[in-house]
Design a protein around this ligand. Structure first.
Ligand code: GLY
Ligand code: MN
Ligand code: MN
Length: 475
């Protein structure tokens, strides 16, 4: 059992539900919160994280609840409190408190849901989105007579047409953040900025990655925040989603920290890379400046009407051009990018949507990230681009170019040979950069009608600012 009521005024959620109802017309929508996931025995579960679509529309994190939007009304169905709930979990908020804070019209027992579905048009007519919680998903499928494929992540394959209508309506709403959403994202980024400053200040040779991680996550916990995703704090920045933190930091290492806080469900996602010894070496600095130039060039393109794939390609061109200057790639940067040569060192996409999810709405697959009629490239590197929409005001995207020396890529003849054979990839030059394994610089950027707003701009990023922030811990 878990209950967290919203901190923002209820009209935020009422407004979103009205907008959803207007998009769906007479069709009813039923959105589930998801439930607790077991860790071992029944009283010990993982911390509850409500499904994001539910959080968006309701603001409250209520285990096993469901929200019915229909006919100009919104009803919240919850599990009635057990007799001993107050003993184990403390006072349960009253129905009137839940209604007041969420702005729903009525609070009802979840046992009344079948009857409510029947009067909202029947199981097949009520639109829903599969919960990320497998148990909830199974209950949902039974209640609403859906036949969904199994699997850990449901996605949109196999959804009924009515559910796709709901998915599209939700995507349309969540793509552009309202003021309430932006307030929460800014709050998440404030904590994240404190975390990165603390991480830089605490870093010194001899510590372990987990000690830097602890210093960073402390700042989030101290602000009533969670981690929006598993923190990456590693001297092996070339492992893109590193999940371990056991390495000891040595003088001469770069430390890559991809750490983002989550506040009331809203995410941030920031990466900085800094020198453990306090100063970048000339080779580290050379590659860092290239990544920084790509980050800044891409940020400058976050404007209405710009296709996000072009932002990615612009970052790739800056990286390719810098790599040509360093003699690692050879040829015309535009032609190198067209052939995908840059992806040998920058294998991922330049970013993604950010919102309630760190990769916002990726539970809906490319239906959220890709505009209608666009699909993923098959080229190595570009294939990992998570977003290919035209930017519009209100969108928050990450901009996160990087350079990585990934052994698995360098050992893959299929990827390297085409560029090694014609001399466009001079891999032997990489030995001069042996003190660089991975560099990423990631910011969270709001698209506005005019200039891009870098929400994470307070976090040191230039060589001088990063070195000063690391030095601050040593005085
Ligand atoms: N933190 C995961 C990412 O940057 O996409
Ligand atoms: Mn990211
Ligand atoms: Mn990240």
């Amino acid at each position: 059992m878990s209950t967290r009521l919203p901190v923002q005024p209820s009209d935020r959620f009422v407004g979103r539900r009205r907008a959803l109802a207007a998009a769906l017309g007479p069709r009813a929508a039923l959105v589930f919160a998801g439930g607790l996931r077991g860790r071992n025995y029944p009283a010990n579960s993982y911390p509850f994280r409500a499904d994001s679509h539910f959080l968006y529309l309701c603001g409250a994190a209520l285990t096993d609840a469901a929200l019915l939007v229909h006919d100009g009304r919104c009803e919240l169905f919850v599990v009635p409190a057990a007799e001993d709930d107050a003993l184990w979990h403390g006072e349960i908020p009253s129905a009137s408190e839940v209604c007041r804070t969420t702005g729903v019209d009525a609070l009802r027992s979840i046992h009344e849901l079948p009857a409510a579905i029947a009067s909202a048009g029947g199981a097949r007519a009520v639109a829903t989105l599969p919960s990320l919680d497998p148990l909830t998903r199974a209950r949902q499928a039974a209640l609403l007579e859906r036949r969904w494929p199994g699997g850990r992540f449901p996605g949109v394959d196999g959804l009924d047409a009515v559910d796709l209508e709901l998915a599209d309506a939700v995507i349309e709403l969540r793509l552009r953040h309202d003021d309430g959403a932006l307030e929460m994202i800014r709050r998440a980024i404030e904590g994240t900025a404190a975390a990165h400053l603390a991480g830089m200040a605490v870093t010194r040779p001899g510590l372990f990655e987990y000690e830097v991680r602890a210093a960073m996550e402390r700042e989030l916990i101290a602000r009533e925040m969670e981690c929006a995703y598993g923190s990456i704090v590693t001297v092996h920045g070339e492992i893109l989603h590193a999940t371990t933190h056991h390495n000891r930091l040595s003088n001469g290492d770069l430390l890559l920290a991809d750490v983002g806080g989550e506040y009331q469900g809203w995410a941030s996602d920031v990466t900085r890379t800094w020198p453990v010894g306090g100063a970048f070496s000339p080779t580290q600095r050379a590659l860092y400046e290239i990544v920084l130039a790509a980050n800044e060039a891409a940020i400058a393109m976050v404007r209405p009407g710009v296709r996000y794939r072009d932002v990615h390609l612009a970052a790739a061109r800056v990286l390719a051009s810098g790599l040509v200057d360093e003699g690692i790639l050879r040829g015309d940067p535009d032609a190198l990018v067209e052939r995908g040569a840059h992806a040998l060192l920058f294998p991922h996409g330049v970013g993604h949507l950010l919102g309630l999810d760190v990769h916002d709405m990726e539970d809906l697959g490319d239906r959220a990230g890709y505009a209608r009629g666009r699909s993923r490239s098959e080229q190595f590197g570009l294939a990992y681009l998570r977003l290919d929409r035209d930017l519009t005001p209100g969108m928050v995207v990450t901009i996160e170019p990087g350079l990585y020396v990934v052994p698995a890529i360098l050992a893959d003849a299929r990827l390297c040979e085409p560029f090694a054979q014609d001399g466009s990839f001079a891999r032997e030059r990489l030995t001069r950069f042996s003190d660089v394994r991975g560099i990423r610089i990631e910011d969270d950027v709001l698209c506005t009608p005019t200039e891009p707003v870098v929400l994470s701009s307070s976090i040191p990023k230039t060589v001088a600012a990063v070195e000063a922030a690391v030095a601050r811990g040593r005085v």
